[in-house]
Design a binder for this molecule. Structure first.
Ligand code: NAD
Length: 477
């Protein structure tokens, strides 16, 4: 692996933090720090905005084809560095290498996809129905963007914002998660290699997120905030965005139901449940938080799922063979353990696992809880860990009502071999993403976004670039 960056990336240069502070980045497999990085302050945030605001008009008027070619080159550079980036993500976040490689491919795809979308920003020209004049509609870059990203997908949650923003002609300041700043720090420099002009993209690792977002959001030169993270922080940012009516896109928390009907192919359903539950060790906004299974097949499904979960090889993500890495930090470990303990106390049964694994790092045993009472906390809060909760149901209506009984509305999964049922249930589910007979739905070419308290706006697809464009209507005689 090449030497890792440790400094802020502002205006196309490495910079130490004003005041010179730095913070540790930890390996969750050992709980030990492995590097220190510069800790950006509000002064640094405003320096990044100075750089972004200065180059914004030039970047917006750079030919779309040129913006597209830079994104395409960045895509190729990311793919070329797959092994380095995968190892880095595994080190700072804990995911197994095979999954980290998958994230590099997925994350890079947003750069390729939006390099293709950059040249298709369209408007229209129509006669006014009255016959009095013509209607001209164009779309322009919204302006400098602040992107705040979470730790669970250190690369993809960044490229999903940077790709469309740059394609649209926006400048971007990224504030990566405190736990996983390095992947974005590497990406910032890689974009410079791809030919991105200095100042268009800045990356500000910081241990004090609000010290970065607060001053930037109060500055009228910033025109957009795009956030991926918890619903609690998203709500706070929506409140703050009211001050200057800042445009915002929010990708927030989830509480995905996974429905297994009696007419499902049970092996396919178990495969799907493993992916939907265990992708990223359960630390995903799309993770199946509640597995609802028809009572007539519940025991058979549970036995198969328990066998698969119990067979998972747990270990540091960067060691060959590890299928489940550690949780990201001690706080996450405490949350998962508390939710499991609460469910067990309320009458759930641990069919496998149920406890943290003693020793270094933040490992939690792959767990299946059966017979979880419907009012248990674990069914209402995001688990964000390797814990599958199983709840039985008898009727389709009952399963739909349970699925929608949550303030969240991000992902849902349905397993059935009956087409009519699949269509009926997917229409009834209050969720922005629904997988039918599959446990992974994310695709750079499809719109990803939540309903209800899971967020606003879409990332990816043809929709994604519109989050970074504003519409202008020109009335012509
Ligand atoms: P988090 O909300 O704690 O942090 C997300 C980001 O916000 C981090 O960069 C953090 O430093 C920053 N932040 C924290 N407090 C802030 C504040 N007061 N002001 C400004 N920024 C602040 O979330 P997390 O623990 O990093 O990530 C897990 C959450 O993200 C889960 O709820 C998960 O569902 C959600 N998530 C959603 C999606 C999606 O697309 N909907 C994708 C991935 C993760």
């Amino acid at each position: 692996m090449e030497a890792l960056p440790t400094q802020l990336w502002i205006g196309g240069h490495d910079r130490s933090a004003s005041g010179g502070a730095s913070f540790d980045v930890f390996d969750p497999a050992t709980g030990k720090a492995f590097i220190r990085v510069a800790d950006a302050t509000s002064v640094d945030a405003l320096a990044a905005l100075d750089a972004a605001a200065e180059i914004q008009p030039r970047w917006a008027s750079t030919p779309a084809r040129v913006r597209a070619e830079i994104l395409r080159t960045a895509f190729e550079l990311v793919v070329e560095r797959t092994e380095d980036l995968a190892l880095l993500m595994s080190l700072e976040m804990g995911k197994p290498l095979a999954e980290a490689r998958g994230e590099v491919a997925y994350g890079a795809e947003f750069l390729r996809w939006f390099s293709e979308e950059a040249v298709r920003i369209q408007g229209r020209y129509t006669p006014a129905p009255s016959g009095n004049g013509r209607i001209l509609v164009t779309r322009q870059a919204v302006g400098p963007v602040l992107a705040i990203t979470p730790w669970n997908f250190p690369l993809a949650m960044g490229t999903r914002k940077i790709g469309p923003a740059l394609a649209a002609g926006c400048t971007v300041i990224v504030k990566p998660a405190r736990e996983t700043p390095l992947t974005m720090m590497v990406l910032g420099r890689l974009f410079a290699e791809a030919g991105l002009p200095a100042g268009v993209l800045s990356v500000l690792p910081s241990s004090r997120a609000a010290d970065i977002s607060g001053p930037l959001m109060s500055d009228t030169r910033l025109r957009k905030i795009t956030f991926t993270g918890s619903t609690a922080v998203g709500k706070r940012l929506i409140e703050q965005s009211a001050e200057h009516v800042l445009a915002s896109s929010m990708e927030l928390g989830g509480n995905a139901p996974l429905l297994v009907f009696a007419d499902a192919d049970l092996d396919q359903a178990v495969d799907g449940a493993m992916s939907a539950k265990m992708r990223n060790g359960g630390e995903a906004c799309t993770a199946a938080n509640r597995i609802l299974v028809a009572n007539s097949v519940r025991e058979e499904f549970t036995e198969k799922l328990v066998a698969r979960m119990a067979a998972l090889q747990v270990g540091p993500g960067y060691l060959d063979g590890s299928e489940l890495g550690p949780l990201v930090n001690a706080a996450q470990m405490t949350t998962v353990a508390e939710l499991v303990d609460d469910a067990l106390a309320a009458g759930a049964v641990a069919r496998t696992g149920g406890t943290p694994i003693q020793g270094d790092g933040y490992f939690f045993a792959p767990t299946v809880l059966d017979g979880v009472p419907r009012d248990a906390r674990i069914l209402r809060e995001e688990i964000f860990g390797p814990v599958a909760t199983i709840v039985g149901f008898d009727a389709e209506d009952e399963a739909i009502a349970m699925s929608n009984d949550t303030p969240y509305g991000l992902a849902a999964y349905v397993f059935t071999e009956n087409l009519d049922r699949a269509l009926r249930v997917t229409e009834a589910l209050e969720a922005g993403l629904v997988g039918v007979n599959r446990g992974v739905v994310s695709d750079a070419a499809a719109p990803f976004g939540g309903w209800k308290e899971s967020g606003t706006g879409s990332e990816g697809g043809t929709e994604g670039i519109h989050e970074y464009l504003v519409t202008k209507y020109v009335a012509l005689r």
